[in-house]
Design a binder for this molecule. Structure first.
Ligand code: KIV
Ligand code: ZN
Length: 514
């Protein structure tokens, strides 16, 4: 058995499926490019049948990727599988990933099928997928709550029908490392044709065990791990790629496996995802949290000065974290800015570059020091709203202890500018009321409003994140600016644009896959 563990990234599918994490086409293409730089082996680009937008995203990612396999998810249904193939067939290395639930609860309540009917569906769906695509993965949804005998039968049928990767997900995050590892050992030992497939893990983090379970399955024989950047995903999320990859690297002594991941790309990938989704990583998050390499106590600092290995089991550089250095300022020109963007992993078109440069100059004039984090926030903000139908043009806010606070706002909607004045209980309320006056959306609820300073200092850029919900759909918008009110307007309007895209998406509740 090989010692290489393949990395299957599902940030664009399972990650994107979580509330507030939806991404537009441009964002997905940027994420896919970064995932290739990170060296992931397989990118699950979406669920092609879920909507026109998902189909387009999977197709475009398939066309763009040069080294990674590109997969689309599909239920065990002819239309799903044909749609998945239509989207991934553009890829150099296409994969159809089809699934059906195998636990008694899911088969009875969700599918309303007998176990025999589920076996027939596996045979039909996998055979169809294999007749279209040379690379087929099959998943037993809710594998960890399935009857072990039935699970073995299902896996055997899937392999016989042409699946070459078998994924056994812990869909509800119920497993423990012992039980999850034991399930893999059991299936690998008992299924007669198990040697014809690679076994894969897919763990959700409901009990905080997703990474531990993943590693236990690798120890038991799995050679593909499904995971997401920053662990984003349904409910408590999926297993985090960066944690799995670094655990395998740092503890190679007890887990003698390798991956193709380029670990120095981890920080960039993490920042890209938190920038796009607005999901900030908790400061004490392993590997990519702001404090992951910070040493506060005197004893630790003393040890670090003498020898970093006293308190660091891996170097910050090994995950692509270089100390934030001041390199850009108001005298930096286009060439330096372009070089900086390349260093930070941005590939901008001419118009985007021009817009970003104008904003960089304005920022450099307003702020004493421009750090890498500032440039990342600024460019993310600029690129994110390129195709937004609603754009923020001007913001003026009057605030202070003598209310009522007022906002004068100009938005461009479909190319037409409108200006309104509104009042509110505080400047943010006044501003958001103004947005509501121009673009009425009474059914939407503002679930959350968060402000985060990109760097230290009172002149730091504000990064604002807004969560809007409507009819069970949740979207997250973000905006960055050195004026917190401008950042707030941009974040709210970004969310509104995403909501409009979501309204256009077909509702696939019954298709939702954890
Ligand atoms: O969690 C899960 O079971 C899934 C499958 C569709 C792979 O996401
Ligand atoms: Zn899942």
């Amino acid at each position: 058995m090989t010692d290489t563990v393949k990395i299957f990234d599902t940030t664009l599918r399972d990650g994107e499926q979580s509330p507030g994490c939806s991404m537009n086409l441009e964002e997905k293409l940027r994420v896919a490019a970064q995932l290739e730089s990170l060296g992931v082996d397989i990118i699950e680009a979406g669920f092609a049948i879920a909507s026109e937008g998902d189909f387009e995203a999977v197709s475009q990612v398939a066309k763009q990727c040069e080294s990674a396999t590109v997969a689309s998810l599909a239920r065990a249904a002819t239309a799903d599988i044909e749609r998945a193939w239509a989207a991934v067939k553009h890829a150099k290395f296409p994969r159809i990933h089809t699934f059906i639930a195998t636990s008694p609860l899911h088969m009875r309540v969700k599918l309303n099928k007998t176990p025999e009917e589920v076996l027939a569906a596996i045979e039909h769906s996998v055979s169809l997928a294999a007749s279209l695509c040379p690379d087929v993965e099959w998943s037993a949804e809710d594998a960890t709550r399935s009857d072990p005998d039935f699970l073995c039968r299902a896996v055997e049928v899937a392999i016989k029908s042409g699946a070459r990767t078998i994924n056994l997900p812990d869909t509800v995050g119920y497993a423990t490392p012992e039980t999850y590892g034991a399930m893999f050992r059991d299936v690998l030992n008992r299924v007669p044709n198990a040697d014809q497939a690679i076994f894969s893990t897919h763990c959700h983090n409901d009990l905080g065990l997703a990474v531990a379970n993943t590693l236990a399955a690798v120890m038991a024989g799995a050679r593909q791990v499904e995971s997401t950047i920053n662990g984003i995903g349904e409910r408590a999320g999926n297993a985090a790629i960066e944690e799995i990859v670094m655990a395998l690297k740092v503890r190679h002594d007890v887990m003698p496996f390798r991956t193709n991941a380029v670990t120095t790309e981890i920080t960039r990938a993490s920042r890209l995802i938190s920038g796009i989704t607005g999901f900030q990583v908790q400061p004490n998050k392993a590997i990519v949290g702001a404090n992951a390499f910070a040493h506060e106590s005197g004893i630790h600092q003393d040890g670090m000065i003498k020898d970093a290995s006293t308190y660091e089991i891996m170097t910050p550089e090994s995950v692509g974290l270089n100390a934030s250095n001041l390199v850009m300022g108001k005298h930096s020109g286009r060439a330096a800015f372009r070089q900086k963007l390349e260093e930070l992993g941005f590939r901008l078109g001419d118009n985007e570059f021009q817009d970003a440069f104008v904003r960089f100059k304005a920022l450099a004039d307003a702020k004493k020091a421009v750090y890498d984090e500032d440039i990342i926030a600024l460019v993310d903000d600029e690129v994110l709203r390129g195709h937004d139908v609603i754009q923020v043009k001007e913001v003026e806010v009057y605030c202070g202890s003598n209310g009522p606070q007022r906002a004068i706002l100009t938005l461009e909607v479909d190319g037409k500018e409108t200006t309104v004045t509104s009042k509110g209980n505080g400047p943010v309320d006044a501003l958001f009321n103004a947005i509501r006056m121009i673009v009425p959306h009474d059914q939407s609820v503002l679930e959350r409003y968060e402000v985060h300073a990109v760097t230290g200092g009172t002149d730091a850029q504000a990064e604002v994140s807004v969560l809007l919900s409507e009819d069970g759909r949740t979207v997250r918008g973000r905006g960055a600016h050195y004026d917190t009110m401008v950042a707030s307007a941009r974040a709210y309007v970004n969310a509104l644009n995403k909501l409009m895209v979501k309204r256009g998406k077909s509702n696939l509740n019954e298709a939702s896959a954890g």
